[in-house]
Design a protein around this ligand. Sequence first.
Ligand SMILES: *[C@@H]1O[C@H](CO)[C@@H](O)[C@H](O)[C@H]1NC(C)=O
Ligand SMILES: *[C@@H]1O[C@H](CO)[C@@H](O)[C@H](O)[C@H]1NC(C)=O
Length: 355
Amino acid sequence: MMVFRRRCKKVQHGMHVREIAIFFLLIAIFVKIFRLVKCTVNLNEYVSICTGFKDVDIETRLRISSLDILPIDVTSEENLPNHGHFNIQRIIHQTWKNRTIPGSFQPWMRSFWKNHPDWEYRFWTDSASKNIIQETHSYLLPYFGNYSKPIFRADAIRYVLLYEFGGVYADIDMKSLRPLDSFIRKYSCFLGQEPHEHPMLDANFDGLACNAFMACKKGHPFMKQLIESLPSFYHFPNMLAATGPHFLTVNYRNYIAANPKLDSMSENGVYLTPPEYFFPTLDSFKFKLFHTVCKNLNSLSKLQQWACDSLNRRGYDRTPYAFSFTQHMYYHTYVKIDERRPVDILELIPAVILG
Ligand SMILES: *[C@@H]1O[C@H](CO)[C@@H](O)[C@H](O)[C@H]1NC(C)=O
Ligand SMILES: *[C@@H]1O[C@H](CO)[C@@H](O)[C@H](O)[C@H]1NC(C)=O
């Protein structure tokens, strides 16, 4: 009796081990097939995950990215010169309606001054902006004066400032993380780009240039094109299209299309920078929308599926990289402004040059 029972137990135990082994084997096969299908079906969008694309060196990846083939996640910095000539004037331009700066923006504005102690810091109020347009591009005044909201004027003036003086333009809700000197040694004109997920999930396209952060040498032909395009985009009621990021993106594409051989590093070139450099984090105002959109994955385009996958992989709440130059704090000044703890610009940045 005892012997039989023991043998029986042994057999049961053996079966158990075999079943577990088969179970794990099936899981392994299933995972393999799943990854194979996922990588084959969405090859274009999943190149970076499935083909080891991430291991390509940074210069190659940036070159591929600038060909508009697919969005990429930049994880290290390209080569930037430590010595030599500056292609862009070392001037920071910022604008606000008047000289009184609300509390929220003060540390971010000071961060630019702190990181660029030997640069000029120029500040432009609404009335100074109007004066400079009158002096330099008076044909714009009828449009400038007629824009329905101040944000249109705030958009338009930045192109004029970069064309007339050269330098770096930054919205006052941009935070400087480190000096820009190496960047303006390499490029003559460059544009910030919003995180890929923003335009993909908002409007199903990639490559949204953002005018919250741009830099160009004085008299650059791309800035000229932007200024001269303002009248023909004037009729758009939406600020994004009339003067803002969509206006900038459309003009960038037209400029590249008209000059297909232009190198982004040449003196008339324009470099659409990877989001990780100047816009490393996402706009938290959009989190709820993104979450809702990504729930119906099957109804989305491949580009949008890529964006949802990227949100899953990298998360919503991101921090800047060690190589990020700036961070956009997405304050949405046209929605609401906290006017508390105001300070005069002369007190905030004693070295300021008033426009
Ligand atoms: C600037 O504008 C704010 C709010 O619109 C106002 O409270 C403040 O007094 C203005 N400052 C100056 C110097 O005009
Ligand atoms: C600006 O507004 C005025 C008055 O409404 C109008 O006469 C003028 O044509 C407008 N200018 C432009 C460029 O639309």
